[in-house]
Design a protein around this ligand. Sequence first.
Ligand code: MSP
Length: 514
Amino acid sequence: MKPFYVTTPIYFLNGEPHIGHTYTTVAADSLARYKKARGFDVKFLTGADEHGQKVEQAAAAAGITPQEYCDGLVAKYKEIWELMNIDYDYFQRTTGAPHMASVARIFKKLYEQGDIYKGSYEGLYCIPCETFFTEHQMKEEKVCTDCGRPLERISEECYFFRMGKYQKALEAHIAANPEFIMPASRRNEMINNFLKPGLNDLCVSRTTFTWGVPVDFDPGHIMYVWVDALPNYVTALGFLSENDAEYKKYWPADVHLMAKEITRFHTIIWPCILLALGEPLPKQVFAHGWLQIEGQKLGKSLGNAIDPRPLSAEFGVDALRYFLLREFSFGPDGNFTRANFINRYNADLANDLGNLLSRTVGMVDKYFGGTLPLCAPAPSPYDTDLAALATAMITKVEDHMDNLRFSEALAETWQAVRRANKYIDENAPWVLAKDETKRAELANVLYCLAETLRITAIAIAPVMPATPAIIRAQLNITDSAFTTWESAKHFGLLPREVRVEKGPAAFPRMEKAQ
Ligand code: MSP
C-alpha cells in the first residue's frame, strides 16, 4: 500500500478549540478517510504546540504549573476531536519526552554543522503569534501584521539559524515544484514578500522565560517555539531517534494543511531547517483561507470564537462537517453565519439527501411491504442517465478530493442526489403504483433509487463518516462488497431484492434563523 501522510498544525494552547481549528482538522480527517478508502496506508497527525511565553504566563495567572495548564487544554482538544469523529493517528505534543529529545538533537546538529551561531537580537515580537518583526518591517504602528495585537520590544542574547544560506536552494525547489505551495496565490505571496527581499537569519532561542525545550549546550537558552514546533511533523515519526522506521516510511509528508497566516513558517522556515538537515521537503503545503465573522478572523478575539460543541449538538456532527467543507471553498476566506448553516442544512441535507432516503424507503415499504421483488427487467427511460451520472460522479469526486477541492467534491455528489430526486418525479411511482401491470417498472424505479443512495453513501463517507451507516441500515446493506470505494463505480451491484427498514429522518428540518 502506498503511504500517505497528512497533517494539521499543532495548535497553540491559548484556549479551547473553536470552529476555525475544527475546520482544518475536519478537512485533514476527510482527506485521510478518503485516501484510506482509496487503499492508501494513511497517517494523520494533529496535536498541540505547548511551549512559549504566553502559556507560561497563562498558567501563572491560573495558579497552576504550565504542564497542568497544557494537560487540561489537551484533554479539551481530544474531547472535541472525538466528538467531531476525528480519526487521527498521532496527537503530537511538544512537551512529550520523545519530541523534546528529538528537537534537541536537531538543534545540536545544526549548531555543530555551523548553521546555528550565537548573537544578540533586538527587535519586536508578537507573543500570541510567537513571531519576530524587525523595525524595518514595521510601519508607523507597532502591531502584529497577522493578528493586529501590540508588539513587545525584546533585546536579548540568542542563537541564530543561518536561514539565508538556504534561500537559493529553497527558491530552486519552489520553481521546480509548482505544487509545493498551494494555492498559487500563496506561492506568489511568499516569493514576493519574503524571498525577493531576501531571507534574514532567524533568531531561534529565547532567554527571558523557561517554558520550552532547553538548549542542552547552553542552559540559559530555550528553543524558539516555532523551531520546537515545526519539526513535530518528523519527530512524531521517530526522526533522529532509535526507532525511525515510520520516518523512513511516511516522510516526506504528502500535505501539511493550515490557514494562510502560518504559510511563511511552513514554506520558508521549515523547508530551510529541512534543507540544512539534508532531509526531503514536504510534497505540499496547502494554506486555506480564514473563517470570518463580519470580515474578522474567527477566534481572533475572545468575543468571536465559535464552539463546535453546541453546533454539533443542534445540527449533528456530520452536518457540521458537511457545512464546513461544502460552504467554504478551500482556499479563499469565507463568512461563517448561522443563517447560512440553516439554509444549507435544510436545502442539501433535509431536502435533497434526507428526502431521497425517506421517500425511497417509504415507497418500498408502502408499495411492496418493505422488500422489492425480483422482477423481469423493466427499465425506465431515465435509468441510463441516472446510472451514468451516479457512476461518473465518483471519478469526478476523486479528482476533486485529490486536489483538496472538498466543496466541489460534495457539490458533484449532490448532483447525483438531485438527479435521483428528479428521477422520482419523472417516473411518478405513485402513478405506476396504481397500475397492477406496472409492478416490475415500479420495482425497477425504486431499485435504481436504492443504488443511487448506496453510491452516495460511499461518496460522502470521508466527510460524513456516520451518515453512511444510517443509509445502509435503512436499505439493509451489510455486505462490504457494496460499500467499497471501487464498488461505487458500478451501478446495479446491489441484489434486486432490496429490503428496507424505516428509520427516523436522517436530517430533520431546522427552523429558520430568528
Ligand atoms: N501553533 C501554531 C502552529 C504550529 S504548526 C507546527 C499555530 N497555532 S494556532 O492555534 O494559532 O492555529 C492556527 C491554525 O488554526 C490555522 O492555521 C488554522 O489551521 C486554524 N484556524 C484557527 N482559526 C481559524 C479561522 N478563523 N479560520 C480558518 N482556520 C483557522 O499557529
